[in-house]
Design a protein around this ligand. Structure first.
Ligand code: NAP
Length: 461
């Protein structure tokens, strides 16, 4: 469900001061919270309950009656009751004829029932006009007034007039109604509150898997190997050295994974000669979470920067530098400056700084407040061209860092190459394929396919 959908209804102030009575079935958490809010907004409220005894929790301005009596006092009835208890409404069908029934219910699982709760309610009480609303607002947020993140209320229903009445109430409560169309949309609206960061699941699970893999990989190479062969205890590497190895590796791999689905999609389109056939589901899903992958990558890159800044104050590093200085003094010999090494070190630092700067720029432009202010072409320029430049810079940063050891046998421990060598596989693959796709013999047909041309048109005139 797109929260930013453009069909936010225009605010139409209700000109009459007199508010219609609203009936709420159910004096549970939500019924009471909504009752409080309605009374604050000037609506007379009547509760329909199994017990007509009022309690201190129920707003004292509200009446508590039986369901049948309460229903007769209002044109709108909000059903603040779980779906499994809806059967009690069947005997009330005659009284509810022509009334607007507002279904606010949620389920415990996505697509728990074959039909939505609102459609089920419409089947049980066929003479009523059912509107779905309020299910994305929590009782706690209504009561505490902390509605910043959930001010939008999705509304759907088959009867325009009934929907309009409910949307007027939503506005009067200081919330924003979002018309989602007919009651068919209710299923999707009911599934919405059950989704838990749907786009973040893949990036986070993937990151956890990669962290576990690279942690054990580095542990074997950097801690267990020296312990076995040199009897040296480098277990303290876990705190900073290994973490600072894993962070840039993950940042680079995840950044490359942001661009890999794009090149795979291009290959598929070239192979099929059309853009009108759907991509496989896994590729569609992967493309949808590219922003989240990029943001997780940026988080790892930022951690790498912080861990790198503390290197000079590490006790191990200070010990190594001072012991080298002492050994040079004892041998009365100074190492001449190796300009090649100085060049490599400065270049790798410069590439890292520039890569990180562009990475941050990419992250900033993905924020809704920024991306809403650039046009589509500008957004694509930043995310695609600057994105690839970032990938090139970060890949080059890693290559320059360890390039000289690639072929050195001493850098392999138990035949395992350095972890950063593994991190280069996906970025290099993406960059090579992208480079190949730039060649006019591939780029021209791809551009035509993306403009709608088909090699074997399915529907020829
Ligand atoms: P609740 O605290 O359990 O209250 C439900 C109320 O339903 C009870 O207080 C009771 O009212 C009535 N009830 C229970 N069994 C019944 C039966 N067999 N027949 C008739 N009425 C019965 O639940 P709630 O948290 O208020 O949630 C109510 C509805 O709002 C649910 O469908 C839920 O999905 C939806 N919702 C809740 C929230 C939330 O934050 N709580 C948010 C969005 C949507 P009486 O004792 O007065 O009869």
């Amino acid at each position: 469900m797109n929260k930013n959908s453009s069909n936010i209804m225009a605010l139409a102030p209700n000109t009459s001061n007199k508010r219609e009575t609203v009936c709420i079935f159910g004096t549970g958490d939500f019924g009471r919270a909504l009752g409080h809010k309605l009374i604050q907004s000037g609506y007379p409220v009547v509760f329909g309950s199994r017990s007509t005894q009022t309690s201190s929790l129920i707003p004292k301005e509200a009446e508590v009656l039986s369901h049948a009596e309460a229903a007769q006092k209002a044109a709108i009835i909000i059903i603040a009751i779980q779906r499994q208890h809806y059967n009690f409404l069947i005997p009330l069908a005659e009284i509810l004829r022509g009334k607007v029934l507002v279904d606010i219910s949620n389920n415990l699982k996505i697509n728990q029932y074959p039909e939505s709760n609102a459609e089920y309610l419409a089947q049980l009480v066929p003479g009523a006009k059912v509107v779905k609303a309020f299910n994305t607002v929590s009782a706690w947020a209504l009561q505490s007034g902390t509605l910043d993140a959930s001010r939008q209320v999705f509304v759907c229903g088959d009867d325009m007039e009934a929907k309009q009445m409910v949307m007027d109430i939503v506005r009067a409560l200081g919330l924003t109604p979002l018309d989602q169309g007919s009651l068919l949309a209710a299923q999707e609206i009911e599934n919405y509150p059950l989704q838990l960061f749907p786009m973040w699941k893949f990036p986070i699970l993937l990151s956890l898997g990669l962290i576990a893999f690279f942690f054990f990989y580095c542990l074997i190479r950097d801690v267990i190997y020296p312990y076995v062969y040199e009897n040296k205890d480098y277990s303290f590497f876990i705190a900073i050295s290994i973490t600072n190895r894993i962070c840039p590796i993950l940042a680079l791999i995840l950044l490359a994974l942001v661009y890999l689905p794009g090149v795979l999609a291009a290959i598929i389109q070239l192979y099929r000669g059309t853009k009108y056939r759907r991509f496989p589901d896994w590729l569609d899903k992967w493309m949808l979470c590219r922003k989240q992958l990029g943001l997780v990558a940026l988080a790892f890159a930022s951690l790498h920067v912080l861990y790198t800044l503390v290197i000079p104050i590490r006790s191990f590093v200070r010990w190594r530098i001072s012991s080298q200085t002492v050994s040079q003094a004892l041998n009365n010999k100074t190492e001449p400056l190796d300009t090649t090494n100085a060049w490599l070190s400065d270049s790798y630092l410069a590439l890292g700084i520039l890569g990180f700067f562009l990475f941050v720029l990419l992250g900033i432009t993905s924020l809704p407040s920024v991306s809403n202010n650039v046009n589509w072409r500008e957004f694509r320029f930043v995310q695609s061209k600057l994105g690839y430049l970032t990938l090139v810079l970060c890949t080059a940063h890693t290559m320059v860092y360890g390039g000289k050891w690639f072929l050195s046998p001493s850098s392999y421990r138990w035949y395992l190459p350095n972890a950063y060598m593994l991190s280069l596989i996906i970025p290099c693959t993406v960059l090579v394929i992208k480079f190949v796709l730039i060649f006019p013999c591939l780029d021209k047909p791809l551009t035509r396919i993306r403009q709608g041309w088909e090699r074997n048109p399915q529907y020829s005139e």
